[in-house]
Design a protein. Structure first.
Lengths: 299, 311, 531
């Protein structure tokens, strides 16, 4: 379902690449591609909005400060209008940026830690470790991820912590398979054989030789997983499972759902924000993919 | 296979045990009024008054003997409930996956052939937009535009029962009702397939054997179709496999918005109703589908490219 | 050819138009009504299930002894007449003759007796208490039922419609386990519509009963209840005419305004009089802060009930001053301690109670669990959070699903403030007193005494009104009940909810009864054939 799988598949279709990435001109390489540049801009804008939230809108975005249902542009004090309880939508967008980015990144971090961990272990070791961990991965993969996340949040009751946990523990399987494939490939490389030859410990081999080279597709996947996490959070909020004590773009869309026919801006404005961030992350992921794949760089 | 099923059963059991409240409380709550006697009667009926290990033992026993059990809430056997909703789910799944795969691969094909030019940019941008827009948003927007404003398509449901169609007219009516939900569910994957096809084709186009074919004078279109696309199909097949596995979860939103009587919504409701047997039944069916599909994908993989050893 | 109509022809056209209007007032036979039922009912026999969707459907399949008019006066249904002995200990019902069940068997007093003894007095959630005093049911002949009571129980007369006390066919249920009977999902009743089919997740179909005892009725040929889970989709269906009728505020409240303006739809707020719903906050009186009555009163002063009615509920509510809503005219009184919106007074009371503002402006933190039945209750909770923030109380809103909510509030009592609504019904004994009676504490029964209030004085009042045979005395006792309840304030009544129905303008005589939403659609007819 995720583009993480897409990149994994493209990555495995490529020929084996060199062990070192040219770090010096990496950023330059990245930004030269129009995809990545556009992604950077969108993400940068979001990050700036999130950072400035406390400065421009220092009060609680949940405060009911204005007349309800003020349309955007009608009142200079509320440039993006107010929602059904008179809350400032612009304040919600600014503070929501923080929450959405936070949920997206932390959930992805959780998934990356679990996924890389399990993927490395199953890729490096064969035998029962591999078999049992693969069973677990398969198990988690057969349960539809959205339904699983929904179930976890419903059971633990919705709050930022539980949403992050739910998304994190349901999105690691595909990353684990990706890492496993990479580690399997690298385990048989000359570099690793040499290291084993000179008596390096497993941990050293994994940490110094394998992981740094396997990391490229993980980074690409991670950027897209953040986007997916934000989309999942908004879907959960749409179904009524958002954290009721914070303003996130997802909860704003969920609240606006009921007035979609009359005051559609309440759901549309945060919806557009979500689209922008998801776009930005995907473009960045595309760009990272292109930049990190030396075959493309040769062209 | 068995291990997976038992694993799912265990996760399901403990998940619902962790969830506060039981099925009796759900029913009593919905009933709007209750007495302790009523709740005790319900608990006895559902077998909830037994100690935990007895419930668990009975539960696993049922699973291993393929007895999906009884849904007390619905008053029906779980297998009947699932079979009742299965056709709707299969219809929605095949329509959305078919739409996504066929249109997506076609779009990616065209984009790859026109790489770097305007057509490519347009297709890629539109694909990206479909990917980034939340599913529920697309669904609601489609209803407003096509159903209310333009009055071209029905708002929801599977068929207009009041019209009493049969035979061919019924099929046509169901097809009409299926358009919006499958488009909504399929747009996301359409984007995925388009981008994937494009990327994979571009990848393959730089391979030696393709350059050989071009050098040999094979027409570009033939090259694209027979050499490039066929080999680019590998990742697409994998994606297809993954999509089939996850479409049940994604369908929850679409089935809710369009009132489509599928298994996704049933699972969602079963969770809230603490209907252990029903939820498990659906999860098991879903996992069987996933495992079977994974196997098929592996087989197709080796058929497409004998060099590949499935991991 | 087409010439401009002369004045005469114009007049004739107008006249015939008026005439067809007049003719249209005579009910037309025919048409299939498409209604929306949400959420899908668990069962369609209201034997033990008093949930709204169940009764919405069931009221068409079954009849009750009476129905209630808009003025809440009982009208004959299966009972042609009835009387209560002066000492209140005997109630006699004379049943209608010639009524048959949908399977052809005759309806007799044996059915009433069986249902009362085996359902109402045993497992029916509300009726167990209401019919508690019935010691014996006599059936001197096939059309007479005599209830003999130990002590009077006047509330009985307020709850004997198809929803409150549904009569079931003895010949199908006798000797079986009611809860697992297959007849619950393919019911046989005496009502104007016969059950045809239930496709789970999809629809329920009822067809006209050709042998209905109310000759000529029903006018509709069929009713199809469709299940549409999404509110926006329901709105669209009604707008397009794909559905003709939906009840219980089926569309988002804000949409109701928009739909009301459309020529093909009408918004109806009548039909809920029997229900008289009341929205309230339960305050857990065992909580360290809330056990002080001054804190509870402060919270009441901090909330603007007008704002809740206007902003949160878009005007579909009226601020409540007492736990018995003003629509229950017989028992309601406004002569109770009032808690006007006055944040300063709230702050003063909190200071007085010893909870001063801390360094960050916060006095203390409590949690709020809102009724998980829709966004309206969530928004009420969000309003509460902001209103209490103003007076220095920090509120942490908790969201959960129905089962978790029930367990948390009624079983574990692990909450501080919760929101909920109860139907008051024409007699507070049916729906309201259970919010205050201490006997429910510790019984883990949903929708009873969430606050944990224990006051022997109120208990005595409740027990007296249950068995008094003197209507005037009961009124006095209930007035006292309201005064005490509002003085101690374990529960804060918020607003009297106005639920509404949406229906096609083409549909006539839809709302005839005060319990219309639970009664049958036997009077409804289409002025023009639906599309």
């Amino acid at each position: 379902m995720t583009l993480a799988d897409e990149t994994r598949i493209s990555a495995t279709a490529a020929a084996p690449h060199q062990s070192k990435v040219r770090r010096r001109s990496f950023l330059g390489l990245l930004l030269r591609r129009p995809n990545a540049a556009a992604g950077f801009v969108l993400l940068g804008a979001t990050a700036i909005i999130a950072a400035l939230a406390g400065v421009i809108y220092p009060t609680d975005p949940l405060d009911m400060v204005g007349q309800p249902f003020l349309w955007p542009g009608h009142d200079p004090e509320f440039p993006l209008g107010t929602d059904m309880l008179g809350r400032d939508i612009a304040a919600g967008i600014f503070h929501g940026a923080r929450v959405s980015l936070l949920i997206g990144s932390v959930a992805t971090l959780v998934a990356v830690v679990i996924g890389v961990g399990i993927g490395t272990l199953t890729g490096y070791y064969s035998g029962w470790v591999d078999r049992w961990l693969m069973r677990v991965t398969e198990l988690f993969q057969t349960i539809p991820p959205f339904l699983f996340a929904l179930a976890v949040v419903a059971v633990l009751q919705p709050s930022i912590k539980t949403i992050v946990a739910a998304i994190g523990i349901t999105s690691w399987p595909s990353l684990a398979r990706l890492v496993r494939a990479e580690v399997l490939r690298l385990r048989n490389s000359e570099m690793v054989h040499a290291a084993v030859g000179i008596g390096a410990t497993d941990a050293r081999i994994i940490l110094l030789h394998i992981l740094p080279n396997a990391i490229a597709p993980v980074i690409v996947s991670a950027s897209i997983m953040v986007a997916t996490a934000i989309l999942t959070e908004s879907s959960l909020a749409f179904l009524g499972l958002g954290d009721p004590n914070v303003v996130s773009w997802g909860t704003m869309v969920g609240a606006g759902r009921e007035v979609l026919r009359t005051d559609w801006y309440v759901a549309t404005i945060p919806g557009i924000a979500i689209i922008f961030v998801v776009l930005g992350l995907n473009l960045l992921g595309d760009g990272l993919n292109d930049a990190l794949d030396p075959k493309q760089n040769r062209r | 296979m068995v291990a997976v099923v038992v694993g799912i059963a265990i996760i399901n059991f403990f998940l619902l045990q962790l969830a506060p409240g039981d099925a009796a409380q759900v029913l009593a709550g919905e009933a709007g009024s209750a007495t302790p006697e009523y709740m005790a009667a319900l608990r006895k009926q559902f077998g909830l008054d037994q100690p935990l290990y007895v419930q668990f033992g009975r539960y696993i026993g049922n699973v291993l003997t393929f007895d999906l059990g009884f849904s007390f809430r619905h008053g029906m056997k779980v297998s009947d409930l699932i079979l009742g909703r299965l056709p709707a789910t299969l219809l929605l799944m095949s329509a959305s996956i078919g739409l996504a795969a066929i249109l997506g691969v076609a779009a990616g094909f065209i984009a790859a052939r026109n790489a770097g030019r305007l057509t490519d940019t347009i297709i890629s941008s539109v694909a990206l937009l479909f990917y980034a827009t939340p599913v529920f948003w697309i669904g609601l927007m489609l209803i407003v535009v096509f159903s209310v404003w333009l009055d071209l398509l029905p708002v929801g449901g599977m068929t207009a029962i009041e019209a009493g169609y049969t035979g061919f007219a019924l099929a046509a009516d169901i097809a009409r009702h299926m358009v919006l939900p499958s488009v909504t569910l399929g747009l996301f994957y359409l984007a995925v397939y388009a981008r994937l096809t494009r990327a994979a084709m571009l990848e393959v186009m730089t391979q030696d054997y393709v350059r050989t074919a071009v050098a040999k004078g094979v027409r570009p279109y033939r090259v694209a179709l027979h050499h490039v696309l066929r080999n680019a199909l590998l990742p697409i097949v994998t994606m297809l496999g993954l999509q089939i596995g996850s479409v049940l979860g994604g369908a929850v939103l679409v089935e809710t918005i369009f009132s489509w009587p599928g298994l996704g919504r049933l699972a969602f409701e079963a969770l809230f109703q603490r209907d252990l047997n029903l939820l498990l039944g659906i999860l098991i069916c879903s996992s069987v589908v996933v495992v079977v599909v994974n196997l098929l994908v592996d087989i197709i993989y080796t058929l497409l490219d004998p060099r590949i050893e499935t991991i | 050819m087409f010439t401009k109509p002369s004045l005469l022809t114009a007049a004739m056209v107008v006249a015939s138009g008026l005439m067809s209007e007049a003719i249209a007032e005579t009910p037309r036979r025919g048409g299939t009504l498409v209604a929306i039922v949400q959420p899908e009912p668990v069962t369609i026999t209201a034997g033990t299930n008093v949930a709204a969707p169940t009764q919405f459907v069931s009221g068409n399949i079954f009849d009750g002894l009476v129905t209630y008019g808009i003025d809440l006066q009982p009208k004959p249904a299966l009972a042609e007449s009835w009387d209560v002995a002066p000492d209140g200990k005997t109630i006699t019902f004379r049943l209608r003759k010639g009524v048959t069940w949908h399977d052809g068997k005759p309806f007799t007093s044996a059915d009433v007796k069986w249902t009362l003894e085996n359902i109402w007095k045993t497992i029916h959630p509300r009726n167990k208490a209401v019919f508690l005093e019935v010691s014996q049911v006599d059936t001197p002949d096939e059309h007479t039922v005599v209830l003999r009571l130990n002590r009077p129980s006047l509330p009985i007369l307020s709850t004997i419609n198809a929803s409150g006390a549904q009569i079931l066919p003895k010949h199908l249920y006798e000797g079986t386990d009611f809860l697992t009977s297959p007849w619950n999902n393919k019911p046989i009743g005496t009502g104007p519509f016969v059950f045809k089919e239930w496709s789970k997740g999809n629809h329920i179909i009822l067809e006209r009963n050709p042998n209905y005892w109310d000759k000529e009725r029903p006018y509709l040929d069929r009713i199809i209840f469709k299940v549409i889970p999404d509110a926006a989709a329901r709105s669209a269906a009604l707008e397009k005419g794909d559905a003709h009728y939906a009840a219980f505020s089926p569309v988002p409240l804000k949409d109701a305004e928009r739909l009301a303006a459309l020529p093909n739809l009408k918004i109806e707020t009548r039909g809920y009089e029997w229900l008289s719903p009341l929205l309230y906050f339960d305050l857990n009186v065992d909580n360290a802060y809330l056990k002080d009555v001054r804190v509870r009163r402060a919270i009441a002063h901090a909330i603007d009930r007008n704002a809740i009615a206007k902003r949160v509920w878009y005007g579909f509510g009226k601020p409540a001053v007492s736990p018995i809503p003003s629509t229950v005219k017989q028992f309601h009184t406004a002569d109770v301690p009032k808690y006007e919106f006055d944040p300063k007074r709230a702050e003063a009371l909190l200071d007085e109670a010893g909870f001063k503002r801390g360094a960050n402006g916060v006095r203390f933190t409590i949690s709020h669990d809102f009724l998980p039945y829709g966004d309206d209750y969530r928004r009420t909770g969000e309003y509460l959070k902001q209103a209490l923030k103003r007076v220095g109380i920090e509120v942490n809103i908790r969201a959960q699903d129905g089962a978790a909510f029930i367990k948390r509030i009624y079983a574990d009592r692990d909450f501080d403030i919760s929101s909920s609504w109860n139907g008051a019904f024409p007699d507070p004994q049916i729906g309201i007193t259970r919010m205050y009676w201490s006997g429910w504490v510790g019984k883990a029964t949903p929708w009873t005494n969430g606050s944990g209030y224990r006051n022997p004085e109120i208990d005595k009042l409740i027990e007296q009104t249950a068995v008094s045979s003197d209507p005037a005395q009961r009124v006095k006792l209930f007035h006292q009940f309201q005064k005490t309840a509002q003085t101690d304030l374990p529960t804060i009544p918020l607003i009297e909810l106005r639920f509404f129905s949406v229906h096609s303008s083409n549909l006539r005589d839809l709302t005839v009864y005060g319990d219309q939403i639970y009664a049958s659609l036997k009077n409804a007819w289409f002025a023009e054939p639906p599309k």
